[in-house]
Design a protein around this ligand. Structure first.
Ligand SMILES: C[S@@+](CC[C@H](N)C(=O)[O-])C[C@H]1O[C@@H](n2cnc3c(N)ncnc32)[C@H](O)[C@@H]1O
Ligand code: SF4
Ligand code: SF4
Length: 454
């Protein structure tokens, strides 16, 4: 290839005034300020990313929209890591956005996850979700609530619209609530009464298969209540329990644990109960786990027989032995169809919808950068709950004539670059040990989430 031909394909030259570099890539000329080779390389990289057609997704049809709808809360959980919660300046996401600007995204939204602080706090959360159910009934709503203000009208709206609800209960009785969560009289009882009322409303509505899950933050104040918490769920007929290891007390980044013995005992209890309750209940506990190698712990219970576990946890076994999680899921699918809603996949049912794993070119990868939006009240944007907000981009940059330009957003270099990395299994800045980044072969994934007794 002669020099002149090569120059047409790729060259870097000064412009006439010598204030810019002109880069030619495949005949296209791009002009850059002379601000150093690093930034030049970055710009070339950006150019390639923006012109790589394999990274283009158009408008995804199955978006998960996770909105930090407000930053206020009616609780004062000791472990809460959410910024601005309980701050006197309670921020609401601008009404203009949620009722107008996002109209362009709702038709493509499959799951709405309003969270952070507390959606039931103040009138607007109810009004907003009610508006969504009336105008976009295809959207599945996933609520996470402390349950304090989950009153009858919330219970009715949730039951009538097949909400997936998680109650962050975090304790097993009044005393443990005060110790771990908030030292205020009567709150635990209030929450439990609201949950029981919701279970009654679900029954009346014929949608008991949509029983909520309950969750517990575990730390040195309540590790010893791990089995009791799961027993409490089973007593309520609840088949899904989520455990969050306290991300404030421990450090997932540094893999440091404050109370090693308590943590170890709680983890082994969870692994044992997972083994015992397989197909009966779902126990999710792998988020914020401050260890490097969960298999090492799983191996410790490998040789413990089911008979031993039945004896050790006889009270839980008695309550849960007739539960059948998959059967319940199938009933949910029927209800979704009856209500003209798209059923959740079994993967979504088991894991929730804040991370997404799918097959891409024969590999199972985390596909959050393909379909997930996570938004703060300020408009700060990211694509996952478990990484903090690492981006520096704002939804305001994608609003045109009062509407969100969804195609522009998902095909911005921010999402494109992430898709490029994730497709290679490169999860920079992700939560250590995130279950979403766990490597599965296609067959393992099918067995775990798809083929199960279908
Ligand atoms: C921040 S809250 C927001 C939603 C709602 N206010 C609630 O409490 O369910 C979301 C979830 O994070 C959990 N959480 C709060 N602080 C935590 C911490 N330090 N470590 C792990 N999970 C935590 C809560 O228990 C809750 O289940
Ligand atoms: S209820 Fe939720 S948002 Fe409110 S303080 Fe507790 S964990 Fe934080
Ligand atoms: S792998 Fe990363 S993006 Fe995916 S769920 Fe985990 S932390 Fe989030």
């Amino acid at each position: 290839m002669g020099n002149s031909v090569l120059e047409k394909v790729f060259s870097v030259k000064n412009d006439d005034r010598k204030t810019h570099k002109v880069v030619t890539v495949l005949g296209a000329k791009i002009k850059f300020k002379k601000d150093g080779i690093k930034s030049l390389k970055q710009k070339i990289e950006d150019y390639k990313i923006m012109h790589d057609s394999s990274l283009y997704v158009g408008i995804p049809k199955d978006i998960t929209l996770q909105l930090m709808f407000n930053s206020g809360c009616n609780s004062k959980c000791k472990f809460c890591y959410v910024h601005n919660v309980n701050n006197k300046n309670t921020y609401l996401m601008p009404k203009e956005w949620v009722y107008k600007t996002f109209k362009s995204i709702y038709p493509y939204t499959q799951h709405l996850v309003p969270t952070y602080g507390e959606i039931t706090f103040g009138a607007e959360g109810y009004n907003y979700l009610n508006w969504i159910t009336q105008n976009y009934p295809h959207i599945n709503i996933f609520m996470e609530s402390n349950g304090i203000a989950f009153t009858d009208r919330w219970a009715k709206m949730a039951a009538k619209n097949l909400f997936n609800v998680n109650f962050s209960v975090n304790a097993v009785d009044e005393e443990s609530y005060k110790k771990t969560v908030w030292e205020k009289d009567g709150i635990f009882t209030l929450i439990m009464n609201n949950i029981k009322h919701y279970l009654d409303v679900l029954k009346e509505n014929g949608t008991s298969m949509f029983k909520p899950s309950i969750s517990c933050v575990l730390n040195s104040s309540n590790y010893h209540n791990t089995a009791k918490f799961i027993k409490m769920a089973a007593q309520l007929g609840i088949q899904k329990v989520i455990i969050f290891f306290d991300a404030k007390e421990n450090s997932v980044e540094r893999l440091s644990v404050k109370d090693k013995e308590g943590f170890y005992n709680a983890l082994i209890t969870l692994i044992e109960l997972t083994k015992l309750l397989e197909k009966k209940m779902i126990l999710g506990f792998k988020l914020f786990i401050p260890i490097c190698n969960i298999e090492e712990y799983e191996n410790k219970v490998k040789n413990t027989s089911i008979e031993e576990l039945k004896e050790k946890y006889s009270d839980i076994w008695k309550l849960a032995k007739d539960f059948d999680y998959y059967e319940n899921y199938k009933q949910k699918v029927e209800k979704y169809k009856e209500y003209n809603k798209k059923p959740l996949t079994y993967y979504e049912e088991k894991t929730g919808v804040t991370y997404h794993q799918e097959e891409l070119k024969g590999k199972i990868i985390c596909t959050n950068p393909w379909k997930h939006i996570r938004l703060r009240t300020s408009g700060l944007l990211d694509f996952c709950s478990w990484r903090g907000y690492k981006s520096n981009i704002y939804i305001q940059d994608f609003i045109e004539n009062g509407l969100l330009n969804v195609e522009k957003l998902f095909n911005d270099k921010f999402y494109r670059r992430l898709r490029k990395d994730f497709a290679k299994g490169c999860y920079t800045n992700c939560l250590k040990n995130c279950p979403g980044s766990r490597f599965f072969t296609k067959q393992e994934f099918e067995v775990k989430y798809k083929a199960e007794r279908c």
